[in-house]
Each structure stands twice: as C-alpha cells, then as structure tokens.
Ligand binder design. Sequence first.
Ligand SMILES: NC(=O)c1ccc[n+]([C@@H]2O[C@H](COP(=O)([O-])OP(=O)(O)OC[C@H]3O[C@@H](n4cnc5c(N)ncnc54)[C@H](OP(=O)(O)O)[C@@H]3O)[C@@H](O)[C@H]2O)c1
Length: 257
Amino acid sequence: MGVLKIGVVGSNRGIGLSLVWQLVRFRHQVYAFCRNASEELSSVRPKNIIENFDVTNQAAMRVSLRSLGSVKLDWLIHVAGLLRPVTFSSFNQSSVFEQFKVNAVGPILTVQVFLPYLAQSSKIGILTSKLGSIKQNTSGGSDGYRMSKSELNMAGKSMSGELRPKGIALFLLHPGFVRTDMTGFRGNTDPSDWASALIKIINAKSLRDSGSFFILMGKSFLGDSLPSCSDIMEDIKGKGEIYGAQAMAGTGYRGYY
Ligand SMILES: NC(=O)c1ccc[n+]([C@@H]2O[C@H](COP(=O)([O-])OP(=O)(O)OC[C@H]3O[C@@H](n4cnc5c(N)ncnc54)[C@H](OP(=O)(O)O)[C@@H]3O)[C@@H](O)[C@H]2O)c1
C-alpha cells in the first residue's frame, strides 16, 4: 500500500481517533474531520485537522471542506455515530430522531458533500452496527440506535449502487464490541486493534465488494501477524440479505454492538 490520502469523519475520540493514529503511523496523509479537536487528536499530528464538521449540518461541512482545495481522497471513512440507551418502555421521540439524524442521515449528507473530493477508485467505509439487524434482534433495547443503524445499512446499500458507475466503492463495517465512550468502555477489543483490522479490510476490498456489510470478529484479528483479510471478517454478501445468522455462526463473536 503506497501513501494514501484519507479522510476520517468523527476523529477526535474513540474508534476514529485510533484510526487516525494508526493511519498516521503507516505514514498516510490523514485529513481528520471533527466537531472539536481533542488534545489527543492534535498530538497524533495528522496532515490536517478540520473542525466544525457536524455530520448533521451540510452547509457547515461544505465550508469546512473548502480547506481541502483540489485534494482527491483515496479513502473516506465515516466513523461519527451516537448511541442513546432508549428502549421501548422508555421511548423518547427526540432521542430517536437525534440518533436517526446522526447515524442514518449524517452518513448520506457526508458522502454527498465529499463527492467532489473523491475520484474513480476511491473507497468509502461507513461504521454501522450489527444492532441494526432485524433477524438478530432477539432482545430489544437501544431501540433508536438499532432503528438508525438499520436505516443506515439500507442507505449504504442504495448509495453503493449509485456510486458504482463512478468507480467508487462503499463498504458497511461493523467493528465488533469495542471499548469506547459509547460502550461505557466495555467490549472485547481496544479501538487500536480494531483500527488495524479496518485498514486491512478497506485495502483488500474493491468495487466488486461494494455494498457489502463486513463484520470484524472476536479476537481473531488482534495483532500484526494477521495472515489475510479473510481471517478477520465475514463477507455475507450474496446470501439474500445484508445480515445472516448463519454467516455469523462459529465466528466466536460475542459482543452485542
Ligand atoms: N464501540 C463499539 O462497540 C461500536 C460497535 C458498533 C458500531 N460502532 C460504531 O462505531 C462508530 C464509532 O463509535 P465509538 O465507539 O468510537 O463512539 P464514541 O467514542 O462515542 O465516538 C463517537 C464519535 O462520533 C462523533 N460524533 C457524534 N455526533 C457527531 C456529529 N453530529 N457530527 C460529527 N461527529 C459526531 C463524536 O464527536 P464528538 O466528540 O464531537 O461528540 C465522536 O468522535 C459509531 O458509528 C458507532 O455507532 C461502535
């Protein structure tokens, strides 16, 4: 992999911050988009930190993006997301709409504003969640989050169809159960482990795989000795539905996010 130009949206903490750290370590040119930069993000020293980037505000995003000039990104990774623990019994309309805005509509607005900064053979990765699966929802809980990610998966699949003729690939990525603010620092993996797996997946996948939903599994992807991408993900494309319990069986995956 040569030096790539990569945009990361939602880069100031959690998975996004780890991703920036890892990409900078691999000497890629990273454009880190966030609402407000954190000290940690500044200390990682990406090529550029672009603030005031709220994925629910397309006008503000367009203004921030002007600082890219004529840059074309090889990869765009949309990480930004929000979880509010709303359940059926505590249903709260405004919190459900808030999650919809950030998790489902936000990535569409983001991809739209980035289009002039992408080129043929660019790749887009969007962080989604297995909690968006209808088939796998046996317990309920986090209802607004589940609904928003389900919507995102549909939106991602649709966008991939429209982007294919432009030569742009789009992947939906479930990171597993990662220790961040969002999970109250519970989980099976640290964000840094997850970040290296994600980089390998996006690198290995191409337009042929566009619209697929990839799951990063259990502990099998930990460490740098990973032999191949197929060891760390389950490509469940072509099984008639975006999700599949069968495809997940035997993966060792135990998280709920
Ligand atoms: N952690 C897991 O186990 C897990 C599992 C499945 C999926 N995911 C998905 O992975 C992604 C990252 O999760 P995480 O665990 O790293 O969460 P996190 O630590 O809570 O970080 C969330 C990130 O999203 C940003 N964000 C939220 N609302 C935004 C908005 N309106 N505009 C721009 N940025 C916004 C936050 O920025 P601020 O600091 O400005 O709020 C922060 O950078 C999310 O999409 C999440 O749904 C995570």
